[in-house]
Design a protein. Structure first.
Length: 291
């Protein structure tokens, strides 16, 4: 665990050094955005989002976890209580900073109010919401988006807007089938989405799931999807103790987040998360209204 955490800290120091060398007037780096989604409930999506945030935070990154749908129970499971939600921002009751809730390990949490409301807000209250997202991207190093486990157009827009996303599944047959269904319905997302196999008992079990999904995608869709990795079953996890993860499992997630940072090149992106999502979500909203 120490080796993986040290890798993350080194990456963090490099990022800070680069930021310090920027000339006056040049825009500082915006937060990287990692989406965590799934095609089926019960695969540990929210657990993995929290574990990933812990890995970033323990390495010195400023992290915010955004529960987009507002029902992932981050507050209940992590031992804190939300006071404000995205709704309070949109009504003008609270500012972008005030609706953030500090949680364990220095992580901040943002409680959404549904992806449909988010899309509508971008169309009707775009300046308020876009300004808030820009604020969060400037104030944090990483935004982890806990995304709804559906394949609707709005969720697709969110996945496309993230720098990259993990599609979480397990080896359970219905989870594998649902994950392939997600891939089949969203071929345009494959370049930004990677398979993450969760809750496995062995690497062989994980590689079997990855191989089946990749081979089926290649055979029937003539396309490819990458694999982000796998996370072992955490048999010591006790939700009553507020996300007390085993050291070995957290070490695995530390390595996955470190690899994600190394594979990410900000220079490849010509627009920010809010720009990409604003364009895609507004387009989807218009199409829905015209239908």
């Amino acid at each position: 665990m120490a080796d993986q955490a040290q890798t993350l800290r080194t990456l963090m120091e490099q990022r800070r050094s680069t930021s310090d060398l920027q000339i006056d007037g040049e825009q500082s780096p915006l937060a990287k955005t990692l989406g965590v989604t799934s095609a089926k409930g019960g695969v540990g999506k929210t657990t993995l989002a929290i574990q990933s945030a812990r890995a970033f935070a323990n390495a010195g990154y400023k992290v915010c976890v955004w529960d987009v749908n507002g029902n992932a129970s981050h507050d209940l499971l992590s031992g804190f209580q939300h006071s404000w939600t995205l709704s309070h921002l949109l009504t003008g009751a609270r500012s972008a900073e005030e609706i953030l809730t500090p949680g364990p390990d220095g992580i901040h949490f943002l409680l959404g109010n549904g992806v449909s409301n988010l899309t509508t807000a971008l169309w009707g209250q775009s300046q308020v919401l876009q300004s808030a997202i820009n604020t969060w991207q400037k104030n944090f190093d990483v935004l982890v988006l806990d995304l709804p486990g559906t394949v609707g157009g709005e969720v697709q827009s969110l996945i496309s807007s993230c720098d990259s996303s993990w599609l979480v599944c397990t080896s359970e047959p219905t989870a594998v089938a649902a994950t392939y269904g997600f891939i089949k319905q969203s071929p345009d997302l494959l370049s930004r989405t990677s398979i993450m196999v969760n809750q496995v008992d062995s690497s062989e079990e994980a590689f079997d799931v990855i191989d089946r999904l990749q081979q089926t995608t290649k055979l029937f869709l003539q396309s490819s999807i990458s694999a982000a990795g796998f996370v072992p079953q955490d048999r010591s996890l006790n939700q009553s103790e507020h996300w007390r993860f085993s050291e070995s499992v957290q070490s695995t997630v530390d390595g996955l987040t470190s690899r994600w940072l190394l594979n990410f090149d900000a220079s490849d992106e010509e627009s920010s998360f809010v720009d990409r999502f604003g364009c895609l979500a507004t387009s989807h909203w218009k199409e829905a209204r015209a239908a």
